[in-house]
Ligand binder design. Structure first.
Ligand code: FAD
Length: 387
């Protein structure tokens, strides 16, 4: 099952599939059981240069287009793996690339590209503000040549397996800015330097293996030079990266959907009951066929979004629709796959229940379905703003 777009990146897909074949179901199952981090897998991806796909060549990366990064992530999911362990390394650095100073780019990007520095952690969500990002409460107060950070983040995934975090914090109180989107700033936090000096990371166990955490800041000092771009403009910088993030997550969901569909088709052909393969029954065929149609539709939108992104056009509509439709398609495919497998769908050794748990996340994070519908309602259809 291959993509239909011209930007197919067939060679990259082939190489990623080969790499992933070294990390079969047992590898992921074992990590899932222990809530472990796929260190060897991430190392292999880094060494092959895949996590540096989007870093320009002048900073040591591969300088590939977004569609290539999407193909890499799709194939990881398609092969039964879980790119959530490292996908953020691909896109968080975009904020430094677009808005960082030349000095910051030279200091960080080559080391991120080589794997010497891991930038896997993205500190935006907070327990009280949730989706209402501009209501976040973490503050960064300037004192001479440093900022003092206080507050708490939640769902900061991979923080324990990252050297750096991209942090969004309020630098000007909400009451003192004209618009709530102003007064927020982005920082590069060196977590290695801050751990034990006011920074605490606490893991959160979730229904799937995601290595996510809570992060507490108690008077953590950050050098002022770690501010990215201009003070007060951080929210805009984060928004700038969201279309890319949504398209990449959508590509992962498409990979998941393909994995579920292929598993379901194979099993429906081989499982014989009442003297014929169960896949001969349309009650078994139709949910798989429907999920396939949903996946193909989502894929077409995502490819359109990638093309627009690469042409420098506004792809907000496609990025949002693609993320929502792909997450729904992977869920429908997971549902059809479990149902086709009957009781075996629940057995760990089939990997289906694990992938089922993993793919459910994408209807909630990094953006929930309601918020996508709200974007479409307001920005595409021109309906009245609801919040
Ligand atoms: C495993 C995991 C990993 C994550 N990783 C990261 C990470 O690395 N970094 C990071 O910053 N964040 C991360 N997140 C956070 C994620 O982005 C949020 O969970 C998500 O954006 C939803 O926010 P919330 O959980 O606070 O839900 P809330 O904002 O509390 O929303 C709860 C529900 O209400 C709905 N809702 C809220 N407002 C409206 C409205 N106005 N209209 C209609 N419906 C509404 C939402 O759609 C949602 O269904 C992660 C989350 C999870 C679960």
């Amino acid at each position: 099952m291959t993509a239909t777009a011209a930007e197919d990146h067939a060679e990259i897909r082939e190489e990623v599939r080969k790499l992933c074949a070294r990390f079969p179901g047992e590898y992921w199952r074992e990590l899932d059981r222990e809530r472990g981090y796929p260190t060897e897998f991430v190392r292999a991806l880094t060494e092959a240069g895949y996590l540096a796909a989007l870093i320009p060549e002048e900073y040591g990366g591969a300088g590939l287009p977004l569609s290539a990064a999407a193909a890499i992530l799709e194939e990881i999911q398609h092969s039964g793996g879980n790119a959530a362990a490292c996908h953020a390394q691909m896109y968080i650095m975009g904020t430094i690339l677009r808005h960082g100073s030349e000095e910051q780019k030279r200091r960080y990007l080559p080391k991120i590209a080589s794997g010497e520095l891991r930038l896997q952690a993205f500190g935006v969500t907070e327990p009280t503000s949730g989706t209402d990002t501009t209501a976040l409460r973490t503050t960064a107060r300037r004192e001479g040549d440093k900022y003092i950070v206080n507050g708490q983040k939640i769902w900061t995934s991979r923080a324990e397996h990252s050297d750096l975090m991209l942090l969004l914090a309020r630098t000007t109180p909400r009451e003192q800015v004209k618009r709530k989107t102003e007064g927020l700033s982005t920082f590069i936090v060196d977590m290695r330097a801050a751990l034990g000096k006011g920074l605490t990371i606490r893991p959160i166990r979730t229904m799937m293996n995601h290595n996510t955490t809570e992060v507490f800041f108690d008077n953590v000092e950050i050098p002022a030079e770690n501010l990215v771009g201009e003070e007060g403009k951080g929210f805009r910088y984060i928004l700038d990266g969201m279309n890319a993030e949504r398209l990449l997550i959508a590509a992962e969901c498409i990979g998941d959907a393909k994995w579920f569909i292929e598993k379901a088709v194979a099993y429906a052909k081989e499982r014989v009951l009442f003297g014929r393969p169960i896949g001969q029954n349309q009650g078994v065929q139709f949910p798989i066929a429907r999920a396939y149609a949903q996946m193909r539709a989502a894929e077409a939108i995502v490819h359109k979004g990638l093309r627009k992104f690469e042409a420098g056009e506004n792809c907000g509509e496609e990025a949002n629709m693609g993320k929502m439709l792909a997450a729904e398609a992977s869920w429908a495919a997971g549902e059809a796959c479990i149902q086709t497998h009957g009781g075996f769908g629940f057995a760990e050794e089939y990997d289906i229940e694990r992938k089922f748990r993993e793919t459910r996340l994408y209807q909630v994070a990094p953006i929930s379905t309601n918020l996508i519908l709200s974007y479409l309602g307001e920005h595409v259809l021109g309906l009245p703003r609801s919040y």
